[in-house]
Ligand binder design. Structure first.
Ligand SMILES: NC(=O)C1=CN([C@@H]2O[C@H](COP(=O)(O)OP(=O)(O)OC[C@H]3O[C@@H](n4cnc5c(N)ncnc54)[C@H](O)[C@@H]3O)[C@@H](O)[C@H]2O)C=CC1
Ligand SMILES: O=C(O)C(=O)Cc1ccc(O)cc1
Length: 324
């Protein structure tokens, strides 16, 4: 758990550079500026000119730079907020422009592959503290972000052994100031847990929605017409950004495949129980999963859930919140 020992009436950083300004990047920008004591200046770079124009229009950043070098020049903290497979190349390109003692962090949903790609590109004079806010939505782009996204949500950091403790403390303090609950953990452990709690559910949603659309035209229309409850929730998740999720599955391959193997075995067991009319087994299984649901809801209320105590963000289910 974070303990912010830095002066509260001063910004933690002089200049924070946010690289990639979509949903999460723009939420970081908005949240840091709303906090008031995160950074004196928030600079943004995004390679997409339409995104840069929109960020200027929204007026959410202190400056929008037309080059990566221009954004990171003089920055004492840089946050990578683009799809995970872009991080290695970005770090290589901006390396020579990074200041002595600067801190580099990221928001990527996968951590082992990010460490493997980024660490070799980080100059000696720079501290790398990998991170992941366990908060987000299915939406993309700078209009999708909002300042309160991280309130009461976990922000996981996975620094390698030997990382400068002062740099880790500063990153912890920064994300605490935007309202997140910061925890430090091992990158491999992070990837296993997230494969199960986030990546596999997305894969299942993509599959269900794909299956539903791989039917005759008439049935497909009825799937849309009668979609309610469960299926509708799956379409929200399956509407998530294709680039982002392609990158997550390609980079967290081993953990996802391991969890998928377990999942398919359990699904096959259920299939057999249905085929052979084993009602008692189905009932017992559904009773156990109902109990898991009860414990998840309780954990959210008590603040011990991996998604943060306020995991609903006060939103209705249709907007990414939990219906409970
Ligand atoms: N969307 C979510 O719910 C969450 C996403 N994340 C992580 O956040 C990162 C960004 O995701 P979103 O903001 O949702 O995506 P997004 O699609 O809304 O934004 C990504 C932005 O990155 C920019 N970009 C693409 N290539 C780039 C490059 N080479 N250099 C700099 N910028 C580049 C794009 O132009 C775009 O504006 C991903 O790594 C994802 O794993 C983490 C937690 C939650
Ligand atoms: O929209 C949802 O349901 C999410 O699960 C958002 C999300 C996506 C990716 C992450 O790494 C963290 C959170």
């Amino acid at each position: 758990m974070s303990s912010d020992q830095f002066p509260q009436d001063e910004p933690l950083f002089r200049r924070l550079a946010v690289i990639g300004c979509g949903n999460i990047g723009s939420s970081v920008v908005r949240a840091v500026r709303a906090a008031g004591n995160g950074a004196a200046h928030v600079a943004v770079f995004d390679p997409d000119p339409e995104v840069r124009a929109r960020v200027r229009e929204l007026g959410i950043a202190d400056s929008v730079q037309d080059s990566l070098a221009g954004a990171v020049e003089g920055a004492d903290c840089v946050v990578l907020c683009s799809p995970v497979r872009t991080y290695g190349a970005i770090t290589r390109e901006m390396g020579p422009h990074l200041a002595e003692g600067a801190i580099l962090t990221d928001v990527g949903s996968v951590k082992m592959a990010v460490v493997k790609d980024v660490a070799p590109e980080v100059p000696e004079r720079v501290h790398f503290v990998p991170g992941h806010p366990v908060a987000g939505t299915e939406k993309s782009g700078p209009d999708a972000g909002f300042a309160e996204l991280f309130h009461g949500r976990y922000w996981l950091l996975t620094p390698e052994e030997g990382t400068d403790a002062g740099a880790v403390a500063r990153v912890e303090a920064l994300w605490s100031r935007v309202g997140a609950i910061v925890e430090v953990m091992d990158a491999a452990y992070h990837d296993k847990v997230l494969a199960l709690t986030s990546h596999l559910p997305h894969l299942i949603a993509y599959t269900i929605v794909g299956t539903a659309f791989d039917v005759e035209e008439q049935e497909r229309q009825d799937v849309i017409r009668f979609s309610a409850g469960g299926f509708r929730d799956f379409t929200r998740i399956a509407g998530s950004d294709p680039t982002m999720w392609r990158d997550i599955f390609l980079t967290n391959k081993d953990a996802v495949l391991e969890m998928l193997q377990r999942f398919t075995e359990d699904l096959t067991a259920l299939q057999r129980q249905i085929r052979y009319g084993e009602g008692d087994k189905l009932f017992d299984f559904f009773s156990r999963t109902r109990d898991v649901r009860r414990r998840v809801v309780e954990a959210h209320q008590e603040g011990t859930s991996p998604w943060g105590p306020d995991a609903n963000g006060g939103k209705p289910a249709s907007e990414g919140g939990d219906p409970e």
